[in-house]
Design a protein around this ligand. Structure first.
Ligand code: ADP
Length: 608
């Protein structure tokens, strides 16, 4: 409003000046005045004023005013165009006006163009400011003189200060004292190189506390390509930073937990390259983290196990949803071979593809060695059991051998006759074959029991297994004047077990029963072997004797290793029987009979 009034006043003054100067230029001299007279230049400043301040409109108005004054003056016999023929006066007026108007309009056009450029710059600046005020980030502008000349609304809301306080160098007042120097240094360095900069610092916020800011600055240039300072965008990253710090702390905690584990933890890529190992892993292999990460985990396994490891890897890659467990050999730092048990699972990326695997492992070298020692012990104990039955075995084998010899002698005698009875001889030869078969079976059974072998579970008919063992033990029982009775439940469901190991348990129980009845008068020496199907999907075997029984204080210890009450006993038979039952997921226990003697029972799981 005030601007408009000023403008009107200016226009009025201009008009007065123009009219006065035109009057003085054209009406001062009566008759024909000199066209070069200084008076004619009097309106020039006003015409220029009109053109500069009011543009084309002002210039046209001023020229029109001059024309009117010149023509009016000429008609009344004044000014330079008076007293000439109308043709000459018009020509002279035309020249005069052209001389005055042409440069004036040129000035107008140039001024107009400048004004337009300035307007459009002002408009884009206004637009920038309006846009900057609407965005949630803090925007700032710095001129080439390194002074801030703009901060947006969001910046002011953040700092709680006024625009005037922030511009110039005022904005640096809010920077945390510890961050100010590094902050200015980064800005200076970027400025010198006209490069982008990005840094984090603490800034005083409206609530009086310092908050973390991420500030990014870019150099800006004028339309003519001149360096015009920097434009920047700052954002409050306090929460994000706190999250990152918390994440780092939680990662650190996680790493500490993982490193404190006695279990081995590692991560590896599908091509077996290790990407992470914990302290326990490093300790186990006697290497540093740096030595291990980036190498293939196959390097830690004996060469002969590489193919099996690759097959396992292929399986883990093919079934990423499952956990996979494996026990395998590893190369120990001392050059020996150890064992580890691993459970691996796939770590999937956002696209569902396997990125890497995480494994948790345990050193099972001791367990494996103990198992091996157990196997050796079990084998030794079996040999001992077989050894105690040597007399019986000799007796068993002897029987068919005697029969063979008798039959052979009888056959030879018959062959000596003039007409040998062929049918009889055929019968004798058939008997010889059958007896040979019997002897062979006994030898095979003893050999099977004596052989060292691994756990081989299969479906077993327990009644048949007992019958087999009885064939081996019967001779010895008879020699010791013990009556062995079997009460085998017909139609028993098959169980799952290793035939040799189950035979070993039975043999051990039978030999112990025979031993326990050493002092029992012969008529009372009875052993009963019973089988029965239980309702819990188990089959139970009981070996009951009429021996000396087990004193109450010894009952809990009879399955302990090296517990024996026999002279020359090893005390390993029952301990091995119990570990065999554990391998079978079965159970073995002992109890004293109410009418004397002891009963040992074991149960095995029914085969699915
Ligand atoms: P060993 O036969 O070498 O002594 P075992 O482990 O087979 O080792 O037996 C351990 C001990 O359990 C025997 O020494 C004996 O004291 C007791 N025992 C085992 N079976 C019987 C049984 N049927 N009656 C009484 N005691 C038994």
């Amino acid at each position: 409003m005030l601007r408009a009034r000023h403008r009107h006043l200016e226009a009025a003054l201009l008009t007065v000046g123009l009219v006065a100067s035109a009057f003085s230029a054209f009406f001062a001299d009566a008759g024909s005045a000199d066209i070069a007279s200084w008076r004619l230049y009097l309106p020039a400043p006003f015409v220029l004023w009109a053109a500069i301040r009011f543009g084309m409109l002002g210039a046209t108005g001023a020229i029109t005013c001059l024309v009117l004054a010149a023509v009016t003056a000429a008609l009344h016999g004044y000014g330079p165009f008076a007293g000439q023929s109308p043709q000459n006066a018009a020509l002279a007026l035309q020249h005069f006006l052209f001389e005055r108007a042409a440069p004036l309009f040129l000035v107008c056009i140039l001024l107009e163009q400048k004004r337009r450029v300035e307007n459009s710059l002002r408009e884009s600046e206004r637009l920038f400011h309006t846009t900057a005020d609407t965005v949630p980030a803090m925007i700032w502008l710095m001129g080439p003189n390194k002074l801030c000349d703009f901060v947006n609304q969001r910046w002011l809301e953040f700092s709680g200060r006024t625009f005037e306080q922030e511009i110039g160098t005022g904005w640096t007042d809010g920077i945390h004292p510890d961050d100010r120097a590094p902050c200015i240094e980064i800005l200076e360095r970027a400025w010198a190189e006209r490069g982008k900069f990005e840094h984090e610092y603490r800034m005083l916020s409206a609530d009086g506390g310092y908050r973390w800011i991420l500030d990014v600055g870019l150099p800006r240039y004028s339309p003519s390509g001149e360096f015009a300072g920097y434009v920047g965008c700052a954002s409050d990253i306090t929460e994000r930073r706190a999250q990152v710090v918390a994440l780092r702390a939680s990662e650190e905690r996680y790493r500490e937990v993982v490193d404190a584990q006695t279990d081995l933890v590692c991560r590896y890529l599908p091509d077996t390259t290790l990407t992470f190992v914990n302290e326990a892993y490093c300790r186990f292999f006697g290497k540093t983290r740096e030595e291990l990460i980036g190498t293939s985990l196959l390097d830690l396994l004996p060469k002969e196990t590489h193919d099996a490891a690759r097959r396992y890897m292929a399986q883990v890659v093919a079934e990423p949803a499952d956990n996979h467990a494996i026990e395998h050999q590893v190369r120990l730092p001392n050059g020996g071979v150890g064992w580890q048990h691993w459970v691996d699972h796939a770590v999937l990326g956002p696209d569902g593809r396997v990125e890497e695997f995480q494994g948790i492992g345990r050193d099972i070298t001791d367990r494996k060695r103990a198992e091996e020692a157990n196997r050796n012990l079990a084998h030794a104990s079996r040999l001992v059991a077989v050894g105690t039955l040597t007399a019986m075995i000799a007796h068993e084998v002897n029987q068919p051998l005697c029969a063979i010899r008798c039959n052979a002698e009888a056959g030879l005698a018959l062959l000596k006759s003039a007409r040998p009875p062929l049918d009889e001889i055929r019968e004798i030869l058939t008997d010889i074959c059958r007896d040979d078969q019997r002897a062979d079976e006994i030898v095979s059974r003893v050999r099977a029991l004596s052989r060292k072998r691994d756990f081989q579970p299969q479906t077993l008919d327990l009644n048949a297994v007992i019958a087999d063992v009885m064939r081996l033990a019967n001779g010895d029982a008879a020699r010791r004047q013990v009556r062995v009775v079997t009460e085998l439940e017909p139609g028993l469901p098959p169980v799952r077990g290793d035939v040799i190991q189950v035979q070993q348990v039975l043999l051990n129980l039978l030999v112990n029963s025979l031993d326990a009845m050493r002092d029992t008068p012969p008529p009372g020496r009875h052993v009963t072997v019973r089988t029965k199907a239980r309702t819990d999907q188990r089959v139970e075997v009981a070996v009951a004797d009429r021996g000396h029984g087990i004193p109450a204080d010894e009952l809990p210890r009879v399955f302990d290793s090296f517990f024996t009450t026999k002279v020359g006993g090893m005390g390993m038979g029952l301990s091995i029987a119990r570990s065999i039952m554990e391998t079978h997921e079965g159970r073995i226990w002992a109890e004293n009979n109410a009418d004397g003697g002891a009963t040992f029972r074991f149960v095995l799981r029914v085969a699915e």
